[in-house]
Design a protein around this ligand. Structure first.
Ligand code: GLU
Length: 506
């Protein structure tokens, strides 16, 4: 059996990390087995349709490197891949007729007041809430005709069999049994003629030859309806794979209050798609052993349904940061510069950090916001220096956006000098001569220079030399290795900065 899976988003809002993980699992699974991943748009609920959302879905998937072999963007043999277009072709209407003919579906003409009354009655009598037949499931053809003639709006419902156990095998959860008396009769076609998710998704899964319905576990309660729908048609059921939800660190379902959930916000914030993919894949999937840092290709090679976990995975932002820093370290210098440039020149990143610092008044976000602007200019006007800075900070940053703030001192000859450190070193007698020697040094091996200077002037330790030099050149007490930093800045910048610093340290 060749694997065929589908990612079937409803264009009702920005794709969040949970949706994207769902898509990623399918990408990895299809890739692992040389199968097909399909991108289908489930847009039958027009009241929830959000314009621009399809574009954002595609952009998010492309950014993440999630691939499809068929779908609404590239077509394929099972199209169209947008359900509103499939509806126009009459696919659902033809198929629901079959169910009506075989007695597996029925027309129901309940008004909303009647449905409300039913719910009230069920509540008061502590019965299962839902539509279990009402007065229409067993209505005669004449009653149905009459209601239609009278122009009553009606829906078509699936007749779930009663007094039966609906059994299904889920790859992650094993055998699931449902008492069919607790499974209500879902609407298949709404009064406006639109199919519901329950109907359109399952029909499409069949027609598109889907082998595995992989989706979030929030669909488990609907699974008996879906399994029965396949049975009612006499179709082979696909294999069900209900993936665990993602939770926040506090154990509740991941939501806005745990931080960013929108996929593309992670791009704006400076995360690498490979790191985000690595991170979200491991929420709910284990590659075995203690492997953690993995590329997309490595994950695809290792992916298996057996590795999917039944328990919910936790979204731990600190872990994502750690992974991102590691993925950044793994980039070639050309790829890194391109990635940093991408963020520095991205208006969405600018807007993201502006909003972050304005809303939360967080000085760290403000430094990043300002740093990005500096970096943008520097990449244009001082490209060589900017690239040297990026190479030196590669080991030190967490996100691509951090390069701006971390390396801002490279681009100003008058860096603000750390007050506490200055208070400690100001007035120390050895500093002016040290700075003069550094200004006069004409080589490029600053390590040798500092060591020889220490030996010649009786310094047992390098600290009294290194700290003032670093402070004078960068304003900070920490940063990339001093000798590399001095080589990157070069003699002219060293001269200008240390001449200025002499006055400040005096
Ligand atoms: N359109 C559904 C959603 O966006 C898809 C669920 C499924 O994968 O079956 O939630």
């Amino acid at each position: 059996m060749s694997v065929r899976v589908r990612y079937a988003p409803s264009p009702t809002g920005s794709p969040h990390v949970g949706n994207i993980r769902d898509a990623l699992f399918k990408h990895l699974f299809a890739k692992r087995y040389g199968g097909v991943n399909i991108l289908r748009i489930e847009d039958t609920d027009r009241t929830r349709y959000v314009p621009g959302c399809e574009e954002e879905i595609v952009e998010s998937l492309n950014w993440m490197g999630i691939e499809f072999q068929e779908g609404f963007t590239q077509g394929g043999d099972h199209g169209p891949y947008r359900q509103s277009e499939r509806k126009e072709q009459g696919i659902y209407q033809d198929l629901v007729q079959k169910l009506l003919d075989s007695g597996h579906a029925y027309w129901a003409f309940d008004t909303s007041e009647e449905l409300e009354e039913m719910r009230e009655f069920q509540k008061i009598n502590k019965q299962a809430i839902g539509y279990y037949g009402g007065m229409w499931r067993d209505a005669s053809p004449n009653q149905v005709e009459e209601a239609k003639r009278a122009g009553k709006p009606g829906v078509i419902r699936l007749a779930i069999p009663r007094d039966k156990t609906i059994v299904l095998e889920d790859v992650i959860r094993g055998r699931l049994e449902f008492d069919s008396n607790t499974v209500d009769d879902p609407v298949l076609i709404k009064a406006d003629g639109m199919p519901t998710y329950h109907f359109a998704a399952m029909v499409d899964d069949h027609l598109m030859g889907i082998t595995h319905i992989m989706r979030g576990e929030e669909w488990i309660s609907s699974a008996p309806k879906h399994a029965w729908l396949f049975d009612a048609y006499g179709w082979d059921r696909p294999i069900f794979v209900h993936c665990p939800v993602i939770k926040g660190k506090d154990g509740s379902k991941l939501s806005k209050r745990h931080g960013d959930t929108r996929c593309l916000d992670y791009r704006s914030a400076g995360y690498l798609p490979a790191a985000l993919a690595n991170f979200i894949a491991l929420i709910g999937w284990s590659p075995g052993g203690d492997r953690e840092l993995m590329s997309m290709d490595e994950m695809a090679e290792a992916f298996s349904l057996e590795g999917l976990q039944p328990s919910p995975g936790v979204f731990d932002l600190d872990k994502l940061k750690w992974m991102n820093a590691n993925h950044i370290r793994g980039l070639s210098s050309a790829d890194l510069v391109a990635a940093v440039r991408g963020v520095a020149e991205d208006p969405e990143a600018e807007a993201y950090y502006r909003k972050a610092h304005e809303e939360k008044e967080d000085p760290a976000d403000k430094a990043i916001y300002l740093g990005l602007a500096t970096l943008r200019t520097a990449l244009g006007e001082q490209t060589e220096l900017a690239e040297k800075m990026i190479a030196l900070e590669q080991e030190r940053v967490t996100t691509l956006a951090d390069f701006g703030a971390a390396g801002a001192f490279f681009f100003t000859d008058e860096p603000e000098i750390d007050g506490t450190a200055l208070a400690k070193w100001k007035g120390q007698a050895h500093i002016p001569a040290l700075f003069d020697a550094a200004i006069q040094y004409s080589g490029s091996d600053y390590e040798t220079f500092v060591k020889e200077y220490a030996a010649a002037n009786g310094f047992e330790k390098l600290v009294p030399l290194q700290v003032p030099l670093r402070l004078g050149l960068t304003g900070k007490t920490s940063g990339p290795g001093l000798f590399d930093l001095m080589a990157a800045l070069g003699p002219e910048r060293i001269r200008v900065r240390l001449e200025r610093a002499k006055g400040i340290f005096a």
